[in-house]
Design a protein around this ligand. Structure first.
Ligand code: BTN
Length: 254
C-alpha cells in the first residue's frame, strides 16, 4: 500500500501506511498537531481497531478487504460555515470513483453515506480545525467496503457484492480514488461550488421521492427538497418544510 503511485498533483503523493492502527483519522490529526500535516497526505491501514463513524458510532471493517484511510487537506479558502461544500465535493468524488468501477444504483444518503442499491457501502467522517475566519486543516476519513462479502448489518454492502465481480486489487483502487478526490477538491477550490452542489443534489438518496422519516415529533412522510447553505437537510412534510441537522432526523426503511 505504501507503493501506490496515483496520477495526481498532490493527493496521495505522501503516504503514511500502517498495517494496523486505532483510527486513521486520529493518526492524521496527530500528524497535523506535530507539524507534519502535508496537504494531500494519506494515512491508510489494512486493519483499524477503533474506527470512528458519524454520530459517535464505531466503524467496523474486516482486515485487508476494504479501503480505510484519511486524507489531510488544507482548505483555507473555505470559511467554517462552508464546510458542507467540502463534504459535497468529497461525496461527489467518491460517487465518481464507484461509478468508474462499474457500479449502478449509487447514491449519497445525506450527509455523506455512500449507498449502492439502498444499502450502505461507505462512509465519510470529516473533522476540521479552524484558524481565524477560515478552515485550517480537514481530515477526510473514508471507509469504503470493497471486497468484504458478509456483514452483520443487513443494510451494508460492498463494491464486489453489488457488481458481482471477483476480488479487486485495493492498491489500484486507492490510486484511482486519489484521482477522483483530487479532481473534486480542485473543482471546489477553483470556484465550481454550484456545479458540485447541483451534482450532489442529483445523486442524493431519496431526493424528491415521498418517503418515511422520524423527527422529534414522530414518524412522518416527507420529500427531500435539498440542503441549505450550511448543509442542513430540507424536508417537505405534510404541513411544513423544515431544515434538519444530522442528529434531528432519521431515515426509515420499510
Ligand atoms: C460513517 O459512516 O459513520 C463514517 C465512517 C467513516 C469511517 C472512516 S474509516 C477511516 C477513517 N478513520 C476513522 O476512524 N473513521 C474514518
Amino acid at each position: 500500500m505504501n507503493k501506490i503511485q496515483p496520477k495526481t498533483l498532490f493527493v496521495g503523493k505522501n503516504i503514511v501506511y500502517l498495517p494496523t492502527c486505532h483510527s486513521t483519522n486520529d493518526i492524521a490529526s496527530e500528524k497535523i498537531q506535530n507539524g507534519e500535516g502535508i496537504d494531500g497526505t494519506i494515512v491508510i491501514t489494512d486493519h483499524q481497531t477503533s474506527g470512528r463513524g458519524q454520530r459517535g458510532n464505531t466503524w467496523e471493517a474486516l482486515k485487508a478487504q476494504n479501503i480505510t484511510m484519511s486524507l489531510i487537506l488544507k482548505p483555507s479558502f473555505l470559511r467554517p460555515s462552508e464546510q458542507f461544500d467540502l463534504n459535497m465535493a468529497v461525496s461527489t468524488g467518491i460517487y465518481q470513483f464507484f461509478k468508474a468501477n462499474g457500479t449502478e444504483g449509487i447514491s449519497i444518503k445525506w450527509p455523506n453515506d455512500i449507498y449502492i442499491n439502498d444499502k450502505k457501502a461507505g462512509g465519510i467522517l470529516i473533522e476540521s480545525t479552524i484558524s481565524g475566519n477560515n478552515l485550517n486543516y480537514s481530515v477526510i476519513g473514508i471507509g469504503l467496503n470493497i471486497n468484504q462479502n458478509s456483514f452483520s448489518n443487513p443494510r451494508a454492502t460492498s463494491l464486489t457484492v453489488e457488481t458481482g465481480s471477483a476480488e479487486m486489487p485495493l492498491d489500484a483502487l486507492v490510486e484511482q480514488l486519489c484521482f477522483y478526490l483530487e479532481t473534486a477538491y480542485l473543482s471546489l477550490k477553483n470556484g465550481h461550488k454550484e456545479e458540485i452542489k447541483k451534482k450532489y443534489l442529483e445523486i442524493m438518496f431519496r431526493a424528491g421521492r415521498l418517503s418515511r422519516f422520524r423527527d422529534e415529533n414522530g414518524t412522518f412522510l416527507g420529500t427531500i427538497r435539498g440542503v441549505d447553505p450550511v448543509g442542513k437537510l430540507i424536508v417537505e412534510g405534510e404541513i411544513t418544510e423544515k431544515s434538519y441537522d444530522i442528529k434531528e432526523i432519521e431515515y426509515l426503511f420499510d
